[in-house]
Design a protein around this ligand. Structure first.
Ligand SMILES: NC(=O)c1ccc[n+]([C@@H]2O[C@H](COP(=O)([O-])OP(=O)(O)OC[C@H]3O[C@@H](n4cnc5c(N)ncnc54)[C@H](OP(=O)(O)O)[C@@H]3O)[C@@H](O)[C@H]2O)c1
Length: 284
């Protein structure tokens, strides 16, 4: 199989690069310079000329705060460009594996969100990602949409790397304790994608994929500091209102992973286990 990975310089793209080492499939990794997904002609030409069987779209506009002030830019990358990928996939009878987010949901007070739950984004980023999902569904292409959340890795900007730095430098860090969700180690998501492709396990549809278990950002930060041995820093809980972010976020957005695990017959590690794995990688 010839597999195109877009947005390959991002954290999921880099995790995929690693997860594909030794793969028998032919992966072609492209960053924004090599393939800008907002260019419909570039996308269509690439997919056709390279005889692509599967597109794994890791490219996205992921700055949730900035999206509030430039939703049009986020929409161009997260929705319009995704429609280009879906159209190219349809024309070439390729499969589109696309990554979406828990922020398509408003999130309730309790109860896990299933693939059947009604999406209702609270912020601009979530609206653009939902528009991307809808464009794929409307396109008629073959697709697998994986909704994930709180993605982190050894690479790029993410909560784990930020907390490692802050808890090493400071005596006190304030972290939001009234938003609950599930962290996702990008290495786990990348390995799952590579396995689906290697096993030709192409069950189309929307799936939820995060690590198992749930926590608040404060619990997540506390565990990062504990595992890193940064005991001199106190991680202090605060409310969303006290923190004062621009974009609204769900208070409780834990995704139900049962459909993914049953369909693809894959276990998913618990979040603390994967966090430890990532920290071990960072410290090795
Ligand atoms: N990060 C999270 O917490 C999180 C949570 C839920 C879902 N997700 C989803 O998971 C996926 C992977 O996220 P990530 O954290 O790996 O993102 P990331 O690290 O921000 O990487 C995204 C990559 O896409 C590239 N890109 C942006 N515009 C592009 C374009 N027009 N053409 C080609 N590439 C372009 C970016 O390049 P530049 O850096 O040069 O702009 C970047 O390398 C995304 O779909 C995201 O929405 C992420």
């Amino acid at each position: 199989m010839r597999v195109l990975v877009t947005g390959a310089a991002g954290q999921l793209g880099l995790s995929l690069r690693r997860a594909t080492e030794g793969s028998e499939d032919c992966y072609i990794f492209t960053d924004v310079e090599e393939l800008d997904i907002t260019s419909q002609s570039a996308v269509e030409e690439f997919v056709a000329s390279e005889r692509i069987d599967i597109i794994v779209n890791c490219a996205a506009y992921t700055d949730v705060e900035r999206a509030e002030v430039e939703e049009d830019v986020a929409h161009r990358i997260n929705a319009t460009a995704v429609a280009h990928l879906a159209e190219a996939a349809r024309k070439n009878d390729a499969l589109l594996v696309h990554i979406s987010t828990d922020y398509v949901f408003m999130g309730g007070c309790c109860g896990m969100l299933s693939e059947q739950s009604h999406p209702q984004p609270l912020n601009a980023y979530g609206r653009t990602k939902l528009a991307g999902e809808r464009a794929i569904e409307a396109s008629g292409c073959h697709y697998i949409i994986l909704r994930t959340a709180w993605l982190y890795s050894e690479y790029g900007h993410n909560f784990v790397r930020t907390m490692l730095r802050l808890t090493a430098e400071r005596e006190q860090v304030r972290v939001v304790s009234d938003q609950l969700g599930s962290p996702t180690y990008a290495g786990d998501l990348a390995e799952a994608i590579v396995a689906i492709i290697a096993e030709r396990n192409f069950h189309e549809g929307i799936y939820h994929f995060t690590n198992l278990g749930e926590c608040s950002w404060w619990q997540f930060a506390t565990e990062i500091a504990r595992l890193a041995g940064h005991t001199q820093c106190s991680v202090v809980p605060c409310t969303t209102a006290e923190y004062g972010a621009r974009a609204a976020r769900p208070h409780y957005a834990v995704l139900d992973k049962r459909k993914f695990m049953t369909t693809f017959r894959r276990d998913i590690p618990e979040w603390r286990e994967s966090l430890k794995r990532c920290l071990d990688e960072l410290q090795s």
